[in-house]
Design a protein around this ligand. Structure first.
Ligand SMILES: [Zn+2]
Length: 332
């Protein structure tokens, strides 16, 4: 006899760690490649972060105009609706589109326009994180932070920092994050993924992080774990990504349960489902099935994902009420 369970698709959740192009559907990648007479870029079988990053960039090549870009954004919102996401805030590196759309501002406007349209159609509230690339000189990040700041209150909710952190620590990006924070944006750099606890400390101190994307290697330092728990900083955790990029040895060894037990706020996310496979709903399911998170723990994660998000207060309040209702209802 199987025990009754609650449907994770009806648990309202925020999706906080999702790279826009990395959320493309594999079928859309195939469609767009075929339309343009391109070979389908490979999306499986990377053995290193560098190989993964190369595949990511190659997949972006199918986005050759506004129609393709809008399709990508709309499908991200459709997938969010399917997975019970009440709020999604994908991250976007705009310099990739300068030659297509003319400027970083034009790219942000296009993303925000389609997020708003699709979100209204599908009942999903949406924001955007403008993300810098840590392997590019920090003055570009300063420029992007100014762009992000100019959209504060108009859909951009946070500022991020992505790509390979092993040789590119967060400290040189302090000025960019100061600009974003002064504009009221959330600071959400990547850290504690490919580099250890020191990079999480760098995110907290140099970037004044409100959230750390990944951050899971904080578990290697007990004092840092305690500091995170006291601070309320949220770790935007992506279990399958960590397995496939060898940040953890196996899913069963993932530190998420230990971080939660220590009182660290964590959200569950998909990162780049195009390359890693599972969407956010499947990640929640994996955390239930493989990491032993019960419904109370999963509801706590969903609450954190809403409270730590860039969502407006009314969206957060409605989502939290939905989480309470989900937990209060008897399992089916
Ligand atoms: Zn990421």
């Amino acid at each position: 006899m199987t025990s009754p369970i609650r449907d994770l698709a009806t648990l309202p959740k925020g999706h906080l760690h999702l790279h826009l192009e990395g959320a493309m559907r594999p079928a859309t990648l195939e469609d767009l490649a075929a339309e343009q007479g391109m070979a389908v870029p490979p999306i499986r079988g990377f053995g290193s972060f560098a190989a993964f990053a190369g595949m990511y960039v190659a997949a972006c090549a199918v986005l050759r105009g506004e129609a393709e870009f809008r399709r990508l954004v709309r499908e991200v919102v459709e997938d969010a609706a399917r997975d019970g996401v009440a709020w999604v805030e994908p991250a976007l590196y705009t310099p990739r589109y300068r030659s297509l759309f003319g400027s970083d501002e034009a790219t942000v406007e296009l993303a925000l326009d389609e997020l708003a349209t699709a979100g209204a159609d599908l009942g999903v509230a949406c924001g955007l994180i403008v993300a810098a690339d840590r392997t590019v000189a920090p003055n570009e990040a300063v420029d992007l932070a100014r762009v992000a700041a100019s959209f504060a209150g108009r859909g951009v909710v946070g500022f991020g920092l992505a790509n390979d952190e092993a040789d590119w620590p967060p400290e040189p990006f302090a000025e960019a994050f100061a600009i974003a924070k002064d504009a009221g944006l959330l600071s959400a750099p990547h850290g504690g993924e490919l580099a250890g606890p020191a990079s999480v400390v760098g995110c907290l101190e140099a970037c004044r992080a409100d959230r750390v994307m990944h951050g899971v290697r904080a578990v290697e330092d007990a004092d840092l774990v305690a500091r995170l728990a006291d601070s309320g900083v949220c770790l935007d955790v992506c279990p399958t990504s960590n397995v496939l990029l060898s940040v953890v040895d196996s899913l069963d060894d993932h530190p998420l349960p230990r971080l939660l037990d220590a009182g660290v706020r964590c959200s569950i996310n998909a990162d780049d489902p195009l390359l890693f496979g599972p969407g956010i709903l499947e990640e929640y399911q994996l955390c239930r099935d493989r990491l032993g998170l019960d419904d109370t723990a999963l509801a706590g994660v969903a609450r954190a994902s809403l409270e730590a998000s860039g969502a407006p207060a009314d969206v957060v309040a409605a989502g939290l009420a939905g989480v309470d209702a989900w937990l209060a209802a008897a399992p089916a």
